[in-house]
Design a protein around this ligand. Sequence first.
Ligand SMILES: [Zn+2]
Length: 107
Amino acid sequence: MEIDHIVPESLGGPTTRENLWLACSMCNDHKGSRIAAADPITGTVVRLFDPRRQRWTEHFEWSVEGDAILGKTAIGRATVGALRLNRVELVEARRGWIIAGWHPPAT
Ligand SMILES: [Zn+2]
């Protein structure tokens, strides 16, 4: 895990608790210095999900199988796409966690 600036330092984001969050290195690499991305359904550019100020369950849900994250809102869909939250390796890991009884997490 890495400490991520929700609003990147390059865009003026401060190094304060309110602007810091833990992200895995691959998600953080995909996020890069972005704070916004296009909703794949409407094409509208929206802010990425802010884990400090927004609720996960408002913007995301697990697929019926439990192995994929689905965006419920424009912010959720844009974030799933931008951070590639359903990368093959993540989906495969989640399938293993389901078999082990560790996933999906309680929300
Ligand atoms: Zn990640």
